[in-house]
Design a protein around this ligand. Sequence first.
Ligand SMILES: [Zn+2]
Length: 533
Amino acid sequence: MQDPRVSGLAVNARDGYATLTWKPVPGAAEYQIERTPLDDTGAASGPAAISGVWRPNRQIRQQSPSFADAGFVPGRRYQWRVRAVVATAPQEFSAPVTALTRGPFQSAGFETGFEKREGADYTSYDEEIDWTRRIAEASPRVRIVPLGTTPQGRTMNLFVIGHPRPIATAAEIANGPAAGANCNVHGNEPSGREGCFMMIRELALSNDPWVIDILTHATIVIVPSFNADGRANNTRGNSTGQDLNRDHGRITQPESQMFAAFLRDYTPEVMVDGHEFGNTNTCDLPLLWPRHSNTAPAVHNISKLGFVEGHFYDAGATDGWWGCPYPPPGIDGAQTFTRVTGLKNMVTTLVEARSSGGPTRPLENGSQPESRRRKAYSQLWSVRQALVYHRAERPAIAKAIADGIAFQKSNTGRIVFHGDWDTAAFPAPHPGDSPPPGGAPGPDQILDPPPCGYFLTDALYNAKLKDSGTLPERLWTSAGERLALHGVIVEKRTGGYFVPMAQPLRGLINILLDAKTPPAPIAAAERVFDCGK
Ligand SMILES: [Zn+2]
């Protein structure tokens, strides 16, 4: 019988985490990763504990185990050992490995509040604003663009980053390569925001060749705080109670409107959208690409097969992060970030850091700072992957976007009110997690042939809409204003406005303007089927 003791254990210290790799043991049901804190002399300074459980079915390369151990305080020294569990019996531990761990790129005076307090709590709004101002002063690569103000008076800032300095105008940036991140739409899911601060600092201040290469080839656009009121109040929604990730289509709220204008003006090609997910049995990083049925095939396919399954799953298997498909919400029509950005011909994914340690990271359970550090560093890793992927695959990404726009402008084939491209469990199976539900549209959600456009009367186009939460009346907006914020092409006609389907945002139009759209359109416009020739 082969020796069931793990061999070949190696450790590689990375940005806030450490990748452990070892040779697989035949018949192992799982592996247990043990971590021990060490002092400067290399002696144990605390108890050994199982910090990770790795299962062979968790990654796409199941014969090459790799585990991203995280949650520890980076900058300190640790020892690791790994043992196989055969049937239910733990085997002997491997020989130990040790490493001095490290955090992400750091620059004196630019630690975030989160880092100063080692994850005891998150960076506050006041700390963010001060840090933002100082980063912009310190780095000629950074331009801060205030996108607007929340209902409670907080600023939503856009970081525009380029080398040696950012391109001057949104119009010029829109004409070239751009990628980035939307980091914190749900106020009580803060780890993506912390990961974005760390990524911004590295892009702004590091002279590493990777940073210079990224910034030489694209403009990076990052919105760390989409929902500053929700973050300050630690609520999922904004101050009016609206879930902003159910508002990217209707854009009832100021935050959603500012962000829509940013997408319209800068047209980033690739973005990640940071979240946290409360299912303790899911993987480290559930991911979800644009999947609304109206998404252009070229955009859906490159997002799924290229960005998520091709790049994220592969890089995760190398670095030790466990990615899997996020089971998408099915009840909110096309209002989420990934659905709407796909309909805007962008290549995107949602990234959910699993909220708690769960069975695979037992040391986190009962330690919030340990859990927060793992989440923040996994989000930093995710934002970095978006930039790496964009840099590596930009020609294919640009072609998919051009093909997607051409598809939408042709107004060919059915349109769907509510329905999704299917998402299979991959890599399967996921222990304790159910595969994503199918999302194919029912016959009542399909319109085929599609209309050639929609008509809004002047009254419908101009009426201020009271359609969400407790937003004060001074902040109400009209259907016409919202169409403009999205960048929808509109033609003035006698008595009203005509919105042609043959345009780049075709997949979004029936979602905004058709009475059949669940839960509701912004205006119930008239379908037009005869547009002449
Ligand atoms: Zn979320």
